[in-house]
Design a protein around this ligand. Structure first.
Ligand code: FAD
Ligand code: SF4
Length: 517
């Protein structure tokens, strides 16, 4: 290897914008170079929402500027630079050829595909890649694999308790604060007929010069991509992310627990934190988020059911799904337990549907690149499950349209939790429900031409029609699952003629939804 001035080429990916990462331990500003690149394929391998592209590029550029201000050399390739290569692997190979470093290092990527691509490029250039652990998380894939070993059935609750103990979170003398590990039962409130009343407006971050430049680039390079930049106000720097967290802790955390599962027309954010994109880009440290929430409980600013409910999402679900991802990739991506093979309905890309709940959830997704958990799971996810959409197509949609979408977190939530395509690794039963669930949790049905109680007829709710059809279609497979007993008993009670009419209407609906982009 020829002697050059660059000692270590330190790879920073678009979701690794963290100065505390292991990559910067012992960083030699005289001899080491940071490498970052914006390449087209990262925005096109799924048909990515404009706001998601803009957020990644803007946050990367802000991070580059921060490192340079701190005196670090950053070799940065912009999407609008001349001759930019399509993929990360190709750009990296070219940079290695040009800078001829002594060593190449990275923190482990968040996506299996990207990790393999970097490894291949570095290996082809004749180097051994130094891969460092991702210290952002509170658990490691190895720890999760050890937890999973020998267990027939994985459940969030047990891993979550292990992490509470390990990190001393919401514990008093080794016991859970308040005497219970989990306040899930207190997290299912609805707004009732009167609605949520006046909601606290989340802090908005108006686009600065860097972000506006990125907007122009996105509009010129990806004009046909879904979504809009008109409402973009996401944090793009650690300072902004910190302020977004402050705003949530003060104004929305106290009611977060009670209304975590509720839905309401034209209210996209309710009491949610809106910090997932900042966490996933690593602008925010989850330890700090957990510490702040715990502090709010101890100071009396927020009740335990809110604080525990919130911490369960970050310390529980977020770590748990990452464990599942790395335990099962790459074969996880291919799973399709229910043999679902329908195309994704066209209206997922436009919001153009008469079903009000879907119009609301998809409409705000296209506007903001955001929908909260129950919208993702029990509106868009549920509908795809009931129709029998190919889980790969559902996955590609979720990975494309949310600003917080990164595969390690998106895939287990989509393919596992929402589509039950992993045969129960993520969820002990399919999250299947009729329109009555949406009716109970929201006011969507009041503004809809369909009736959630009806399964047949012109005004039958498609969710309700497809729900009974889903149970009937998958009855044999679901029989062995004792958590499905009640739902299957209700199916048995259906009159044969009524069921035949439902199934006929469901088939007609599924046929109607066949046209795709
Ligand atoms: P809040 O409701 O305020 O929750 C707080 C935080 O907890 C979130 O910011 C997030 O970091 C974490 N969290 C909550 N639920 C989960 C979960 N199920 N898995 C992992 N972390 C969780 N989350 C993503 O970050 N990226 C994704 O691409 C993503 N795709 C999803 C796809 C589907 C089909 C479903 C059902 C869920 C998905 N989630 C994803 C999880 C969850 O919906 C989002 O994290 C959440 O809606 C983000 O909004 P928020 O920051 O306001 O979260
Ligand atoms: Fe959605 Fe059915 Fe309610 Fe309409 S009636 S909003 S389609 S659940």
């Amino acid at each position: 290897m020829p002697q050059t001035n660059t000692d270590r080429l330190a790879i920073v990916l678009g979701d690794q914008l963290n100065v505390d990462s292991a990559l910067f331990d012992g960083f030699d500003a005289e001899a080491d170079v940071v490498w970052m690149a914006e390449v087209p394929v990262e925005s096109t391998h799924v048909w990515t929402h404009k706001a998601r592209i803009a957020l990644f590029l803007s946050a990367m550029r802000h991070f580059r500027d921060l490192l340079r201000k701190d005196g670090l050399a950053v070799d940065y390739r912009q999407l609008d630079d001349e001759g930019v290569r399509p993929t990360l692997g190709e750009e990296l190979a070219a940079t290695i050829g040009r800078l001829k470093p002594q060593r190449v290092a990275m923190v482990h990527a968040g996506e299996w595909r990207v990790q393999r691509e970097i490894e291949s490029a570095v290996e082809a250039a004749g180097f051994e890649l130094e891969v460092l652990p991702d210290r952002h998380f509170l658990s490691t894939p190895e720890e999760f694999a050890a937890h999973a070993k020998g267990r027939k059935q994985l459940r969030l609750e047990f891993f979550y308790r292990e992490l509470r103990r390990k990190h001393g979170v919401l514990l008093e003398d080794g016991e859970p604060t308040g005497g219970k590990w989990n306040y899930d039962a207190a997290n299912r409130g609805t707004f009732g007929k009167s609605g949520p009343g006046e909601l606290p407006e989340p802090l908005a971050f108006s686009p600065d010069k860097t972000t506006r430049e990125v907007f122009r680039l996105v509009e010129s390079e990806f004009p046909e991509h879904p979504g809009s930049l008109d409402h973009f106000d996401w944090p793009t720097t650690p300072e902004e992310a910190e302020r977004a967290l402050d705003d949530f802790i003060e104004h929305r955390l106290p009611s977060f627990g009670q209304y975590q599962d509720a839905l309401w027309t034209d209210e996209p954010f309710l009491y949610h934190s809106l910090i997932s994109s900042s966490l996933n880009l690593k602008l925010l440290d989850p330890r700090e988020v957990i510490r702040r929430a715990e502090e709010a409980y101890h100071s009396g600013a927020a009740p335990l059911e809110s604080v525990e409910g919130f911490i369960r999402q970050i310390l529980g679900w977020r770590e748990y799904v990452r464990g599942i991802y790395w335990l099962h990739m790459p074969e996880y991506l291919e799973r399709n337990t229910l043999g679902a093979n329908r195309p994704l309905p066209e209206f997922y890309w436009t919001g153009d549907t008469e079903m009000n709940c879907l119009r609301q959830a998809i409409g705000q997704t296209l506007e903001h690149g955001y929908a909260h958990h129950i919208q993702r799971l029990m509106v868009t996810g549920l509908f795809a499950l009931l129709v029998g959409v190919d889980p790969r197509a559902v996955h590609e949609w979720y990975l494309a349209v949310y600003v917080d979408a990164v595969e390690w977190v998106e895939l287990p939530n989509t393919l596992g939790m929402s589509q039950y395509a992993d045969d129960g690794v993520m969820a002990s039963k399919p999250y299947c429900a009729s329109g009555n669930y949406i009716h109970r949790m929201s006011n969507y049905c009041g503004g809809c031409k369909f009736d959630p109680k009806k399964a047949v007829g012109d005004d039958a709710c498609p969710f309700t029609t497809l729900y009974w059809d889903f149970l009937a279609r998958n009855e044999r497979r679901l029989r062995g699952n004792n958590r499905m007993t009640m739902q299957l008993k209700n199916l048995e009670r259906k009159d044969a003629d009524e069921l035949a009419a439902i199934r006929e209407q469901a088939e007609a609906l599924r046929e109607e939804l066949k046209d795709v982009r």
